[in-house]
Ligand binder design. Structure first.
Ligand code: PEP
Length: 255
């Protein structure tokens, strides 16, 4: 299964900076063969990144969408707008949106549906907070987030999902989960998908690990049975270090 490694730039980079990053990243494009590499810039840098990535194997992602088709939703961006901008993937339910912007499970579910309706591939983010982990309820939290987000989906749609397991306490903290913790969460997600949508759908889903991933530790995650990629924040902001991270992932799986 092809690894999917996504750069989540969050609120970083102008259009000019995005262009410079893409030009540098593409200098080593041959090194990314066999890996699906995605760049998810802020909305205002999408068109600059799209122009640079147009003839390359690196794909464009967005960090969010709003589920309405159009209308009085000041400040929001629809799935159709993203599609026209050249976006292929969209991050949905990132912990910063859930916990800083107050997005709930039902809004996340509507966003997933809007993505599918418009031909975008969702990257569904789920993960437990530190206090939930300490209480021993990680699986309960993951189950609730999965159940709500996937409730209206058919197995055929689930099959093409990317699910990012991102423990909230590991995001931007420099404190990545251990490979054992990531493995048990990914195994749990896989079993949930198998139970509710069948083997075929579960086997198609690519589960990413996210949370303080860098070139030095990515190998310990992408070699896990049910982990097929990473969602990367901080270490995706420099083209050189992100490129090195993709190479490290490829080397870890290809040997
Ligand atoms: C993220 O943005 O989803 C993320 C995992 O950030 P970081 O890699 O900086 O922890």
């Amino acid at each position: 299964m092809k690894l999917v490694i996504a750069a989540n730039w969050k609120m970083h980079k102008t259009g000019r900076e995005a262009k410079e990053f893409c030009l540098e990243l593409l200098q080593k494009e041959d090194d990314y063969k066999g890996v699906e590499v995605l760049i998810c810039p802020p909305f205002t840098a999408l068109s600059a990144a799209a122009a640079e990535l147009k003839d390359s194997s690196v794909k464009l992602g967005a960090q969010n969408l709003y589920p309405g088709a159009q209308g009085a939703f000041t400040g929001e961006i629809s799935a159709a707008m993203l599609k026209e901008a050249g976006v292929k993937y969209v991050i949905i339910g990132h912990s910063e949106r859930r916990h800083l912007m107050g997005e709930d499970d039902s809004l996340v579910a509507r966003k997933i549906e809007a993505a599918y309706e418009n031909g975008l591939n969702p990257i569904l983010c789920i993960g437990e907070k530190e206090e939930e982990r300490e209480k021993g309820i990680t699986e309960k939290v993951l189950k609730k987030q999965l159940a709500a987000a996937l409730e209206k989906l058919e197995p055929g749609q689930v099959k093409s999902l990317v699910i990012a397991y991102e423990p909230v306490w590991a995001i931007g903290t420099g404190k990545a989960a251990s490979a054992d913790d990531a493995a048990s969460a990914a195994d749990f997600i896989y079993s949930y998908l198998d139970k509710h949508f069948g083997k075929d759908a579960a086997a198609g889903v690519r589960i990413q690990y996210g949370g303080s991933v860098k070139a030095e530790n990515i190998g310990s995650f992408v070699t896990l049975e049910h982990v097929h990629g990473a969602l990367v924040g901080g270490a995706s902001l420099e083209a050189g270090s992100f490129s090195e991270l993709v190479r490290a992932a490829r080397k870890a799986v290809e040997g």
